[in-house]
Design a protein around this ligand. Structure first.
Ligand SMILES: NC(=O)c1ccc[n+]([C@@H]2O[C@H](COP(=O)([O-])OP(=O)(O)OC[C@H]3O[C@@H](n4cnc5c(N)ncnc54)[C@H](OP(=O)(O)O)[C@@H]3O)[C@@H](O)[C@H]2O)c1
Length: 351
């Protein structure tokens, strides 16, 4: 008789004020059950680590409910079906869905849709690419830029978090649409990569010292900024507001510079907002899930670019479920270089 499979999981132990550290998580184990009629058992292969995860830990109203205390941490990921009593899934299928920070997930029939479980084709992209350009960050970049930004050839597009998951798709797509693209990223290595490897026209290193962003925008955006894709918020948003072109569009995608504020400290708002008035400009937020019905269109276009080499997809992979608390924080220190992926290994020896 074979011993039952054991699932290792990471659960939220308590809500952080500021940065989440190891003390905010606890590690649990439980046996893995077989699926009932209509259910699917998935082995988790790789998880997407996202800045939004920090927001899900706050007991606050948002576009999605917070993760509850003792709940397995929410995470999107790619897995393999290892048992199925659901006619839509076969053992061996590779799937994407909300799988959680754990090694296995048993999904009952009525939860399949809620977990967004869909089959993915590894002939179209690697697991990393399905979590990056072809996954949630890529969809965010695509619909934020195309639907809200509406780029026109010759326009100047600025994107912050340029070397990250969303940023790399936005910048490369804007180039493909005929725009002039200026990235903003932390450090010379990231800036060099987005220019030399991804083909951005320029990149501003916001860590290069006081005044670097203001001077960089002046140098690289002489006609002003037509589209700003904002991933970081804070002071950088204020600098870009001061350089808007007439009828500019600002896509509020995220504000990572503010996510680790202690709970009582609200995100710093833009001071230069009157630039919207002067320049007849607009600023609009986007939530990627609103575009779920149209993901196949975006995936087809982006997969085409990956296939013919017009687009690159860079992932930064950390291995092991037990590294989750520290791995997540790489997003906030800027240690990730590309889309941050947590590769899950079935190593019960870890804890
Ligand atoms: N609205 C939506 O539906 C949606 C969906 C997905 C993602 N997002 C948002 O999009 C943004 C980017 O997400 P991602 O997954 O692509 O992450 P990412 O860019 O791959 O990683 C986060 C990056 O943010 C930068 N960063 C961290 N702290 C910063 C600070 N204080 N100031 C400026 N930059 C800082 C770091 O890059 P540097 O080394 O360059 O500093 C870090 O590598 C996040 O704000 C996220 O919440 C929104």
């Amino acid at each position: 008789m074979t011993s039952p499979r054991i699932n290792h999981q990471v659960r939220l132990a308590k809500r952080p004020e500021g940065k989440a550290t190891r003390e905010h998580w606890h590690f649990t184990t439980e046996p893995v059950a077989e699926p009932e009629e209509g259910g699917v058992l998935v082995q988790v292969l790789s998880l997407s680590l996202d800045p939004a995860m920090r927001g899900w830990l706050n007991d606050a109203r948002s576009y999605i409910p917070p993760v509850a205390i003792d709940e397995v941490m929410r995470a999107g990921g790619v897995g393999r079906v290892i048992a199925s009593k659901n006619p839509a899934f076969t053992v061996g299928d590779t799937v994407y869905g909300t799988l959680g920070v754990q090694e296995y997930i048993l999904i009952a029939q009525d939860q399949v849709k809620r977990n967004g479980l869909v089959k993915i084709d590894l002939g179209v992209g690697t697991i990393g690419q399905w979590l990056n350009v072809l996954g949630m960050p890529g969809m965010t970049g695509y619909f934020g830029l195309m639907d809200v930004g509406q780029p026109q050839p010759g326009e100047t597009v600025v994107v912050s978090g340029a070397a990250g998951a969303v940023g790399q798709t936005v910048g490369q797509l804007a180039k493909l649409k005929g725009c002039r693209v200026v990235g903003i990223a932390g450090g010379a290595a990231k800036c060099e990569w987005v220019v030399k490897e991804l083909g951005f026209d320029a990149c501003i290193d916001y860590k290069a010292g006081e005044g670097a962003v203001r001077a960089g925008l002046k140098e690289h955006c002489p006609k002003g900024v037509d589209i700003y894709f904002d991933n970081v918020g804070g002071e950088i948003l204020d600098h870009v507001l001061a350089k808007l072109a007439r009828k500019a569009r600002i896509i509020i995608c995220g504000a990572i510079s503010q996510y680790n504020n202690a709970n009582s400290v609200p995100a710093a708002g833009p001071r230069n907002y009157l630039s919207l008035l002067v320049n007849r400009a607009r600023m609009e937020g986007i939530v990627v899930f609103d575009y779920a019905d149209r993901y196949p269109v975006a995936i087809a276009e982006l997969a085409g670019y990956l296939k013919d080499g017009r687009m690159k997809s860079k992932e930064d992979t950390v291995v092991g479920l037990d590294t989750f608390p520290e791995a997540l924080n790489r997003l906030f220190s800027g240690e990730n270089f590309g889309k941050l992926v947590l590769q899950i290994e079935n190593q019960s020896a870890h804890f």
